[in-house]
Design a protein around this ligand. Structure first.
Ligand SMILES: Nc1nc2c(ncn2[C@@H]2O[C@H](COP(=O)(O)OP(=O)(O)OP(=O)(O)O)[C@@H](O)[C@H]2O)c(=O)[nH]1
Ligand SMILES: [Mg+2]
Length: 462
């Protein structure tokens, strides 16, 4: 992909479907000239100034008028890709958009590959790698928090922070390497204690960033919540009242929900992926059995489990066992929704549950405790990550996280070597590795594999 920079490329940049307008992007050395050869308007595009829009008609190689369009001209380097670019706005039908694209491709312009526009922006120095990744995240953002963290990343918050840490390490590396050059003469250029302090500072700064990842992941991907429990306790009813719509079927027949149902909702700008599941019980019904099996799968992949209990009944042995199993999983949060509190209560319906268990009293019938349940869900995630909540830089991307992790490991090993008085060569090798890992995040150090892997996940036209 990289070797072909310079070719002119084109793609539809808007989703395929009917809309008021579609946009076709054309970028590369001959973009303006090629589009101009198919454009009929008051002024030739080749003479047009940058950042100007031109109304006209687009024609094919048979001189047939295909559509009325507006071309926006961007001249290099003042464009998204850094190259000459034309954005053609045409009428937004599937057929007409394809025909307009065809007119451009007929001139020898090549169809763009996924992410190729953004890749060009990166290769032309308009964006660094973490900013390029932020574009994909911003487009995919499904909540306000996700949008906010991607936008910060796009605006260079992560890049700046990484640059700062990396620069400091580079200075130590420079000194170390210089000292290595003079080692024969026995000249000591560096103050060991000072370098140790610098490494320690670097480790703590990286640690700081690593810690924001848990919060970042939640912002980006949302929180997975499973509503589980015995049949007929009101799981589907609770899902419906939380969503404020009749999404799941509710009946008084135990075993109503067979397959799990997934729906998204936001609480204070954070995405929660709610899953209603089939009630857990021993059953001979083949379909229900499959549903129960799937419930276990949902439990495994959820961050928070809401065990729904029917408060008119004393908690059963099966429910207590379930609680114990979930509690064993340290990474899962648990809430009990003690439901149907509008009905006559059993005297001590939750007898035997561990003392520290969080219980929210609810009634899906008259809406009692629903806001409290939502608030509790939110707090389960955000109380623990509150410190990171106010951070300006938040790591959301797994690639960044693992690069930071390996930078930290290299730095710890460099510090160990230094403290143990090992050869400075060892220290320098580890330090170089740490600097390179940080460079990978912003794309200073990259391989073609890394790039292809990132940009191929984009869709065409991005
Ligand atoms: N009084 C009262 N009835 C409720 C409440 N929540 C649910 N119900 C009733 O309980 C019955 C079962 O509700 P569902 O929401 O289908 O229960 P479920 O846990 O999804 O059941 P399965 O899908 O069979 O596992 C229905 O008749 C609901 O109307 C509540 O808070 N109070
Ligand atoms: Mg149900």
């Amino acid at each position: 992909m990289i070797g072909r920079l310079g070719n002119t490329i084109a793609a539809i940049a808007t989703p395929i479907g009917e809309g008021a307008i579609s946009v076709i992007r054309v970028s590369g050395e001959s973009a303006i000239y090629k589009v101009d050869s198919r454009f009929k308007g008051r002024q030739s595009l080749s003479k047009a100034k940058s950042q100007t829009a031109h109304f006209g008609r687009i024609i094919n190689n048979q001189n047939e008028i295909i559509d009325e369009i507006i071309c926006t001209i961007y001249r290099a380097p003042k464009s998204f890709t850094g190259e000459d670019t034309v954005e053609i706005s045409c009428h937004g039908g599937i057929h007409v958009t394809r025909r307009v694209l065809e007119c451009i491709l007929e001139t020898g312009v090549r169809p763009a590959e996924p992410g190729e526009f953004t890749q060009r922006a990166f290769l032309n120095g308009k964006l660094d790698l973490s900013q390029a990744e932020a574009i994909a995240d911003l487009i995919q953002a499904r909540s306000d928090k996700a949008r906010q963290t991607s936008l910060d990343q796009l605006e260079g918050a992560i890049s700046r922070q990484i640059h700062v840490v990396r620069e400091k390490l580079m200075q130590s590396l420079g000194l170390l390497e210089l000292e290595l050059d003079f080692s024969e003469e026995g000249i000591a250029l560096i103050d060991k204690k000072k370098v140790e302090n610098l490494f320690e500072l670097g480790i703590s700064e990286i640690d700081h960033l690593l810690k924001t990842y848990k919060y970042g992941k939640v912002c980006r991907e949302g929180v997975r919540v499973a509503l589980i429990g015995a049949p007929n306790v009101g799981k589907s009813s609770l899902l419906n009242v939380m969503l404020k719509e009749n999404r799941a079927i509710v009946t008084d027949v135990p075993g109503t929900t067979r397959d799990f149902i997934e729906e998204k909702m936001t609480i204070e700008g954070v995405l929660f992926r709610m899953t209603d599941t089939a009630g857990l019980r021993e059953t001979e019904d083949t379909v229900e059995k499959e549903g129960v099996y799937k419930t276990w799968k949902v439990i495994q992949r959820s961050d928070i489990i809401v065990l729904v209990h029917d408060n008119t009944k004393t908690i059963a042995k099966d429910e207590l066992n379930l609680l114990e199993t979930i509690n064993k999983e340290k990474r899962k949060e648990l809430i009990i929704a003690n439901n149907k509190i509008d009905l006559q209560t059993e005297r001590n319906p939750l007898k035997g549950i561990p003392e520290e268990t969080l219980v929210v009293e609810t009634s899906a019938l008259d809406n009692t405790g629903i806001e409290r349940l939502k608030e509790t869900l939110f707090k389960k995630v955000f109380n623990q990550t509150q410190a990171e909540n106010n951070e300006s830089v938040i790591i959301t991307n797994e690639r960044h996280y693992s690069a930071l992790l390996s930078a930290k490991q290299s730095l710890v090993s460099a510090l160990d070597s230094l403290k143990n008085g090992e050869s400075e060569e060892f220290v320098a090798v580890d330090l170089r590795a740490a600097v390179d890992s940080l460079g990978e995040i912003i794309g200073i150090v990259t391989t073609e594999d890394i790039l292809n892997n990132i940009f191929s996940k984009f869709c065409i036209g991005k």
